[in-house]
Design a binder for this molecule. Structure first.
Ligand code: BG6
Length: 499
């Protein structure tokens, strides 16, 4: 990893939460590790009226709360903040984009650098189109730069609302930018632990030969959160877990654990394999949506001995909301490797534990040498890949208990990031922003996979419209979710890993 090219990062929505909580802390971390040259600038583009100094102060306050390396050293920040500028702008105003164009022009001349611009959409999706049009009409894409340079567009999730809206958003974007200039962010892909799934599978000779339906019984993917929706009711109530987590993060985790090895470890080959994998998910019939997809919404409860409100009672929430705060589903991947292996996915808010993990369960012993009850008593081998917290990988197997009896007990071999590498991994956004600037799209969603994932998720959303909504709320805060989600997996003789 070396010094990055001179670049100008324009953050639309720079006064908002995402910019303060994630984007600026990542930029600061990259800058303090020496990745940015002198000719690097950040332009905040937003509606709030403020000058450069006031904007810089909001960034400092945010870094002191959200930065990986806090407290922030004042002198360091002073040097960093010289690269930050603010343009009070309107998203649908021609003059705002012309002003932006002039600023970029001036910096490029002053530093004798090409116009290398990253446009970061940290704004509500409803105004994406305004911004994309603004950029186009002011001729601010690389196609219009006379002396070279790049223009890249970073799009945050949610990428669309369903299949049709994602498709038309894609067309809007691709009418101005080329696919190789578009970076669709899914921050799960920037997590070290998610990237390590590829290393675990493809950099070791011992796992891949057994990574198939001959040896694997089933796979569970869980992204469980103990927090509620907090202050995000407006956004969340439009999305639900199905759009907020299942369409993106969960589909990415599924892809990581299930894709075929790519021919070469590069953006195109990996993303080709992901598209192939997502295409192989068996489509749901309406009956499948009824039987294989369980939705829930949280009720009141107690978290850390404090009462918490139900989802319907969260601030700003419509009282008759039928939005899902929990989804569990069973799916099948119809290909040679995975035929017959069920994948159980679940994600929800206000659950008993905060953990994101993938558990691969291997088939039961065909026959036990250790007495008649042995087969039932001996636990299935499993591999637990913990994405967060306590990032690591655990392999569970059976071992003989010391003593005169042949007693088999479950034991574990543990790999833990912190103890093995003595390093805390960089935040996902640091890695992603670095990759955007160097132009590596491996960790970004490509248009085809995004649409294929939407196709599957939209079939669920459409199915829900045709069947009765469960009586919400249907799970208590600080529980493991709706009882029906247990029944979904128990009916197949299996249980969720709730350890
Ligand atoms: C975001 C969702 O994309 O991911 C949030 O919008 C969710 O609702 C968050 O809480 C989870 O991310 P992480 O990194 O905390 O697992």
């Amino acid at each position: 990893m070396g010094e990055l090219d001179p670049s100008i990062i324009v953050i639309f929505g720079a006064s908002g939460d995402l910019a303060h909580i994630k984007i600026f802390p990542a930029l600061y971390a990259l800058w303090s590790e020496g990745f940015f040259p002198d000719s690097f600038f950040i332009i905040g583009f937003a509606r709030t009226g403020m000058d450069d100094e006031t904007f810089r102060k909001t960034i400092l306050d945010a870094l002191n709360v959200n930065c990986r390396k806090k407290p922030v050293n004042e002198n360091d920040f002073l040097n960093f903040s010289k690269h930050i500028f603010y343009l009070k702008s309107k998203y649908d105003d021609k003059a705002s984009y012309e002003k932006l164009g002039k600023f970029v022009e001036a910096k490029a001349l002053e530093y004798k650098i090409p116009k290398n611009i990253v446009y970061y959409l940290s704004i509500p999706p409803s105004i994406y189109v305004n911004v994309i049009d603004g950029i186009k009409n002011a001729n601010l894409t690389a196609d219009n730069f006379k002396k070279g340079g790049f223009s890249k567009l970073v799009v945050e999730k949610p990428f669309g609302y369903d299949y049709d809206s994602a498709k038309s958003l894609n067309s809007e974007i691709l009418s101005v930018f080329k696919e190789k200039e578009v970076y669709r962010i899914d921050h799960y892909l920037g997590k070290e632990t998610v990237q390590n799934i590829f290393a675990f599978r493809f950099a070791n000779a011992i796992f891949e030969p057994i990574w198939n339906n001959k040896y694997i019984d089933h796979i569970q993917i869980s992204a469980l959160e103990s927090i509620g929706v907090g202050s995000r009711s407006g956004y969340f109530d439009e999305s639900g877990v199905i759009r907020d987590m299942m369409q993106n993060h969960m589909m990415q985790l599924l892809s990581a654990v299930a894709i075929e090895p790519p021919a070469i470890f590069d953006a195109d080959d990996i993303r080709n394999e992901k598209a192939k994998l997502l295409k192989s998910i068996r489509p749901y019939s309406l009956n499948d949506v009824k039987n294989f997809v369980i939705r829930g919404q949280y009720d009141r409860g107690e978290v850390c001995n404090k009462p918490v409100v139900s989802y319907k009672e969260e601030a700003g929430m419509p009282k008759d909301t039928i939005t899902d705060t929990y989804v569990a589903l069973k799916l099948f991947i119809d290909n040679y490797r995975w035929a017959g292996v069920p994948f159980y996915l679940r994600s929800g808010k206000r659950l008993k534990k905060h953990k994101t993990e993938i558990v691969v369960y291997f088939k039961k012993l065909p026959y036990s040498l250790y007495g008649r009850d042995g087969v039932e008593k001996i636990k299935q081998n499993s591999i637990i890949i913990t994405i967060q917290p306590n990032e690591g990988i655990v392999i569970n197997f059976g071992a003989k208990m010391p003593g005169f009896e042949m007693d088999i007990e479950p034991v574990s071999m543990v790999f833990n990031y912190k103890s093995s590498f003595k390093l805390s991994p960089p935040d996902a956004y640091e890695r992603l922003i670095y990759d955007i600037i160097i132009g590596d799209q491996t960790l970004f969603a490509r248009y085809d996979s995004t649409l294929i994932a939407w196709q599957f998720i939209t079939s669920i959303i459409n199915g829900w419209r045709k069947i009765d909504t469960p009586a919400f709320p249907n799970y208590e805060a600080n529980s493991w979710g709706p009882k029906k989600a247990d029944r979904l997996i128990n009916a197949d003789g299996r249980v969720w890993n709730n350890n």
